[in-house]
Write a protein that binds this ligand. Structure first.
Ligand code: FAD
Length: 474
């Protein structure tokens, strides 16, 4: 029997795992369905410049994650000053929110409403908030929820805030409170930065995907294999369905393996297995994802706005975020005199915007970018390109954990199978979480580490408080 580990997917999770395993002299073969390395975190050349799949900021407080970055990127990074704002009602609000800026941009009667509803919430909080709306309202009051959370969140997830599990809020905005935001606005942060208040990050000079290109190269140098454009059809188990035996490619070829690390969508993984219990199939059928359509536009101007990206809360346009790649680092734009913007539209896979003609979404993006005055009327759009990212947001609909637990319990019973990653484990992972899952999966395989991979990115600590420059400076 082969002692090889097969890794499905050459994104951050799969490549971190392969990199670590080959460093430990283990046999590894990676299979990637697309022609690209890096998954959702890849970078690519566009109109003579370099871009990512939307904004990709790398940040972690965990030493092993920063070590992974540092070993591979070495000195080839730059520190980017983060500037991101919220666009709402024809105003730009600094993000993280700053008191003075909020007061300046909102009419006095709205400020009174904010304070009133905040007071109401303090006096009469919702006990045991179950959904996103209740959770945020408890923290910030109803008015702030409506202005700064409702529209954006509903654009992103495509369901009402009252249908989104409180889990998601707890994972993302856990320690931020109105009082905290006010304190940080008045006194500054002084070493006590909340995860969303981090203002500088390390960024590979050749785009975020450089990290993963280098990881793939190291796997090859260490004797592993990386196959592109080779999708895995299904994972094969032994006769008792208790142990991994290998994988089957789309053309029917079977490859033996002792371990399979899967970063393919968890739904596809389960549906490919034989003899899955009915209750697990039922649970899988209830999980669903949100897709992203990215529209890249090349504008004939150098200076449009100063942010790395903007959150577009206004409900009168469909896109929800816009990245300005000119504001990341000079090595991306390669001295070109134009600016590449990237607008993000979120949708389900059965919506017209996803299935229809690409030209329609390009036309929409062009119309919207002028409509909210992000580019002047005289600016020309020289080029456009659409990139579609399927299944990139696992939807945390209220109660989703129950079904997921049924699936996880079933998967835990299969020896040699390690489902990890963003859609691989149905976790709203950033790069750092997926890298950590990959590194720990490698330790489990090579060193029998007892860690429970399903607990990563569900614990109460978030990864973003650290400073990669501390590790890089060592
Ligand atoms: C628009 C956008 C912005 C983001 N911004 C940030 C950010 O600022 N900071 C941050 O840290 N993270 C960000 N992320 C998240 C980050 O991209 C992901 O967390 C990370 O890429 C997840 O890595 P992964 O390996 O788990 O999954 P993926 O990157 O999705 O990789 C999975 C790989 O598996 C392959 N695959 C799927 N099915 C098969 C199959 N059957 N056979 C073989 N291969 C298969 C896919 O092609 C893919 O390459 C962003 C994501 C998006 C979409």
């Amino acid at each position: 029997m082969s002692d090889k580990t097969i890794i499905i997917g050459a994104g951050p999770a799969g490549l971190a795992c392969g990199y670590e395993l080959t460093k430990k002299n283990k046999k590894v073969e990676v299979f990637e369905s697309s022609p690209f390395i890096g998954g959702m975190s890849r970078s690519f050349d566009l109109w003579g410049q370099r871009v990512d799949v939307g904004p990709h900021r790398f940040f972690s407080k965990q030493k092993e994650i920063n070590q992974f970055f540092s070993e591979l990127i070495k000195e080839d990074f730059t520190l980017v000053n983060r500037q991101t704002r919220i666009y709402y009602n024809q105003n730009f609000f600094e993000y993280p929110l700053k008191l003075g800026n909020v007061l300046k941009n909102l009419p006095p009667f709205v400020i009174v409403q904010i304070l009133w509803f905040y007071g109401v919430q303090i006096v009469n909080p919702i006990k045991d908030p179950k959904n996103f709306e209740e959770w945020v309202t408890n923290r910030f009051g109803k008015k702030l929820f409506e202005i700064f959370f409702k529209h954006y969140t509903e654009k992103l997830w495509g369901i009402k805030c009252s249908e989104i599990d409180a889990d998601w809020a707890a994972q993302r905005i856990k320690t931020l409170t109105l009082i905290g935001a006010v304190k940080s606005a008045v006194f500054g942060n002084k070493g006590n930065k909340h995860k969303t208040l981090v203002d500088q990050f390390a960024y590979p000079k050749n785009g975020t995907g450089e990290l993963y290109e280098r990881a793939a190269n190291c796997i090859l140098e260490n004797g592993g294999k990386v196959n592109k454009e080779t999708p895995i059809k299904r994972v094969l188990l032994d006769d008792k369905n208790q142990k991994v035996k290998g994988v089957e490619l789309m053309d029917g070829v079977v490859i033996d393996a002792k371990n399979v690390v899967s970063t393919m969508p968890i739904t596809t993984l389960i549906k490919g297995l034989d003899n899955v219990p009915e209750k697990v199939i039922k649970a899988v059928d209830e999980l669903y994802f949100r897709n992203t359509i990215l529209v890249y536009l090349e504008i004939d101007q150098k200076e449009l706005f100063t942010d790395n990206w903007l959150y577009i809360h206004s409900p009168d346009v469909k896109h929800g975020r816009i990245t300005n790649f000119r504001n990341w680092c000079t090595s991306l734009n390669k001295d070109k005199k134009t600016t590449i913007l990237c607008l993000e539209f979120w949708c389900f896979e059965n919506e017209d915007i996803w299935t229809g003609n690409e030209q329609n979404v390009i036309d929409l993006a062009k119309e919207e970018v002028y409509k909210i005055n992000l580019i002047p009327n005289h600016a020309k759009i020289l080029n456009s390109k659409v990139v579609k990212v399927p299944k990139c947001y696992p939807v945390y609909e209220t109660g989703y954990q129950e079904g997921l637990k049924t699936i996880v319990d079933f998967l835990k019973g299969i020896e040699g199978l390690f489902p990890i990653g963003r859609y691989g484990a149905f976790k709203y992972n950033n790069q750092d979480h997926s890298i950590l899952m990959g590194l720990l999966a490698a330790e489990k395989i090579a060193d029998n580490n007892e860690v429970d991979l399903w607990n990563i990115n569900t614990d109460t600590e978030y990864q973003e408080d650290g400073k990669i420059k501390d590790v890089l400076a060592q």
